[in-house]
Write a protein that binds this ligand. Structure first.
Ligand code: 5RP
Length: 236
């Protein structure tokens, strides 16, 4: 499956390959979204097709659902699964406490619901996502389209009172139109540079009416599997 891969794809692939070793027969597994998670879905599909692994997968986006079905994974809804043994997903940043920024692909709402409903969350990543302090990657917040400009202004007002460096907010676009999440919402990206207190920021953002969910994952991730371009893998 790994053919002639670039160093970055090698890193993602080896992290995914190592992470699927945590999956056992009969498990209900949350399937993340993004390019690294796609490697994991392909690796799981191979185990299903070739080794007879029996799992049920709960995808975190329509993209992942399509890929999972294509590679032979049985797909069920979270409500059918009720609770999951394990979720494997990518991340945009992780810090030494394994807190994350997610949502670069605009799927953090479903990703957070699924990861929270899991006994364990494993993040798969390349080494470039490791940071001392979260915030260099723009923090996505999903907002409902109704009154989004007012919501964005309230977010900016809230940020002004917090210990964050930058305070620019931008509506995520898809061409000229607003990017739409799978739930039909907009994404506002917060360019903060440095988030001194991610737990506080997450709580405060989610209290603003119109904000559906932010991309900070606090105390949700249990293990990070880091792949390297030379094929090495670290499990943290
Ligand atoms: C999608 C996500 C992804 O997990 C995150 O953006 C990482 O993606 P990639 O593996 O493509 O770098 O949170 O909402």
């Amino acid at each position: 499956m790994n053919g002639d891969l670039s160093p970055i794809d090698t890193a993602k692939f080896v992290a995914a390959k190592r992470a699927v070793e945590f999956v056992e027969d009969g498990m209900r597994v949350g399937l993340g979204t993004g390019s690294t998670a796609a490697w994991m879905v392909r690796c799981l599909g191979e185990l299903v097709r070739e080794d007879g692994l029996r799992i049920k997968g709960v995808p975190t986006s329509t993209r992942t659902a399509e890929l999972a079905r294509k590679v032979g994974i049985e797909v069920i809804s979270l409500d059918e699964a009720k609770w999951l043994d394990l979720t494997i997903d990518g991340a945009d940043e992780f810090d030494p406490d394994l807190n994350l920024i997610k949502g670069g692909g605009g799927a953090h709402l479903m990703e957070k619901i699924v990861a929270t409903a899991s006994d364990r969350m494993i993040v798969i990543t390349d080494a470039s996502k490791k940071v001392e302090t979260l915030g260099n990657f723009p923090l996505p917040i999903e907002v409902i389209p109704f009154g989004w400009q007012t919501t964005k202004a309230l977010v900016e007002e809230t940020l002004a009172g917090l210990d964050v460096l930058g305070q620019t907010t931008t509506l995520r676009l898809n061409g000229e139109a607003p990017f739409l999440s799978d739930e039909g919402n907009y994404i506002v990206d917060l360019h903060l540079e440095r988030i001194a207190n991610p737990r506080q920021l997450s709580l405060v953002l989610n209290q603003i009416p119109g904000v559906v969910e932010n991309g900070l994952f606090i105390d949700i991730c249990d293990v990070v599997v880091i792949g390297h371009g030379d094929g090495r893998v670290e499990v943290n």
